[in-house]
Design a protein around this ligand. Structure first.
Ligand code: NOJ
Length: 546
């Protein structure tokens, strides 16, 4: 392995907060900044170093804040700019940096730029967005579909033109070919960096270089030029952490984004491992069973491709995905051990781990009984569209249960008081009824909880550079139930073994174990203390041996 340039964030762990669902301090049913501030001690105790804060900017909340109407203001339901600054300061006092969620592929339709743009073709802000004339039949310029269902073009009566929206009609796409857009966004980013944040998580960043007339949305030809310009004009000189969301990224793309010599981003979120359980054609609304060999092959590919250059992000879940333990583990009988196993696997790979709020206590998917209980615009739009297209109500409810975004957005489960201690009011989205058994208070009190397992893993990454810089090599590649690997660094060897299912498994002792110092860094059963003739694994057992 090539010696890599060490960065301050290499051994860091990031914790994602979805503010709406984290902690409500004022009792209006919606989480807020004051609520987050009140939980900073909890996060410090967990040991995390950065908080990725999903958007808190001013917004009409058509897509829960991913539709920004003022980048320099805070949504009233979340608090004030003074509270935002207080959060940055108080987090920093606990050695925690804030990563702002940068949503610059689109704005809200209530952003002043768009309100101006709609005033007419001569308005100086018209070219901030993407307008096209109707097709000869008067319909949309082409058949491009929005990610949230329906056409990706919306008609503007006043001008007789269509504007592009890759997400909801209320999220018009910015025109990144316009240098004025670039300047305005760079200036806004610098205003945030000046407040002392640690960097940005960049929403659908692979879409900003779009070539609309060729219907190329992701990975357009200017994408990497735009990112290098952004780097130089904003976060590059400040050594920030930047992570770009890039659903389209292949390992080759990831190298373009994250090779430090290219000066673009620190790393990207890729989603290939996530999509393993989606149906090839119907996508996330019709899932297929978890197939560990496919999953391993994907992770192995990414670990290997970014071994010498670039950097991986590691995550099982976020605010757009189902709960990790429900998707890749077992949210029934084996919830505790399987959640710990997933945590061990995540923290022992090479890259930067991201923990999604609630994952550290093993929160699960939620099963609402009616469509009316869901809030997510994506699930609701597709429910209408796919039911009209012939899917049954039950099929759609099953799809939403498996992969819908509200699974991750149910309120954080703090304790067993009404509404899980999240709010004294009426929560904006129903609390998962299992909060009486699964909550932070209980996890803090139980020395063997999933929470303390996470805390231990986060600390281990600081103590053992092999977890951060060790190279990676998969073992038992063909095994259908085991995901195991070795890491090597400065003469040390780390063996990581994870049983992804509920069966008892016997494995031959891997050769790497012959070099074992005898230290069991972490285990979700009794720690291993001696070399046996064979490795007997319990359901969902996992351990890391140094
Ligand atoms: C990705 C975000 O994670 C998601 O929540 C949002 O709906 C879309 N980008 C559009 O901004």
């Amino acid at each position: 392995m090539k010696a890599i340039d060490k960065k301050w964030w290499h051994n860091a762990v990031v914790y994602q907060i979805y503010p709406r669902s984290f902690m409500d301090a004022n009792g209006d049913g919606v989480g807020d900044l004051a609520g987050i501030i009140s939980k900073l001690d909890y996060l410090q105790q967990l040991g995390i170093n950065l908080i990725w804060l999903s958007p808190v900017y001013k917004s009409p909340m058509d897509d829960n804040g991913y539709d920004i109407s003022d980048y320099d203001d805070i949504a009233a339901e979340f608090g004030t700019m003074a509270e935002m600054e207080q959060l940055i300061t108080e987090a920093k006092a606990r050695n925690i940096y804030i990563l702002m969620d940068l949503v610059v592929n689109h704005t809200s339709d209530e952003h002043p730029w768009f309100l101006e743009a709609k005033k007419g073709k001569d308005n100086p802000y018209r070219e901030f967005y993407i307008w096209r004339k109707p097709a000869p039949d008067g319909g949309p310029p082409n058949d491009y579909r929005s990610h949230f269902g329906g056409s990706g073009w919306a008609y503007d009566e006043a001008s007789g033109e269509y504007y592009l929206h890759q997400f909801s009609v209320r999220q018009p796409d910015l025109n990144w070919e316009n240098p004025r857009v670039q300047e305005e966004i760079h200036a806004m980013m610098n205003r945030w960096l000046d407040k002392g944040i640690g960097g940005f998580r960049m929403d659908v960043i692979d879409l900003i270089g779009k070539e609309v007339d060729r219907q190329i949305m992701a990975n357009g030809k200017h994408l990497h030029v735009l990112l290098r310009q952004m780097n130089a004009a904003t976060f590059g000189p400040r050594d920030s952490l930047t992570v770009g969301e890039a659903w389209s990224a292949t390992p080759e793309d990831a190298l373009l984004y994250s090779d430090p010599e290219r000066q673009e981003l620190s790393m990207v979120f890729q989603f290939e491992h996530i999509k393993q359980t989606w149906d090839e054609k119907a996508g996330k609304w019709r899932s297929r069973p978890f197939d560990l060999p496919r999953f391993k092959a994907v992770i192995d590919k990414w670990q290997t491709a970014l071994a010498d250059r670039g950097w991986n992000s590691l995550f099982w879940s976020n605010h757009d995905l189902p709960r990790a333990v429900s998707k890749f583990g077992n949210d029934g009988e084996f919830r505790e051990v399987s959640a710990k196993m997933l945590a061990t696997a995540l923290h022992c790979l090479r890259g930067t781990p991201y923990i999604y709020q609630g994952e550290e206590i093993g929160m699960t998917n939620v099963r609402y009984s009616t469509i009316e209980e869901y809030r997510d615009i994506e699930s609701l739009n597709f429910y209408r569209e796919l039911i009209a297209g012939g899917l049954t109500h039950d099929e759609m409810m099953t799809g939403i249960y498996a992969n819908g975004r509200d699974n991750a957005r149910t309120p954080m489960q703090w304790d067993d008081s009404p509404n899980s201690g999240f709010t004294t009011g009426m929560p904006w989205l129903g609390v998962n009824p299992n909060y009486r058994d699964i909550n932070v208070a209980q996890a803090l009190a139980e020395p063997d909880s999933i929470l303390w397992h996470y805390q231990k893993l986060v600390a281990l990454r600081k103590q053992h550079p092999i977890l951060v810089y060790g190279d990676y090599q998969m073992l038992f590649a063909e095994h259908p139930e085991i995901f195991a690997w070795v890491r090597r660094y400065e003469g040390d060897t780390l063996l990581v073994v994870n049983n992804f299912f509920g069966n008892h498994i016997t494995l031959p002792v891997p050769e790497a174990m012959q070099a074992w110092h005898g230290e069991c860094l972490i285990s979700n059963y009794a720690p291993r203390d001696q070399l046996a003739v064979s490795l007997e694994l319990q359901p969902y057992e996992s351990f890391a041996l140094l």
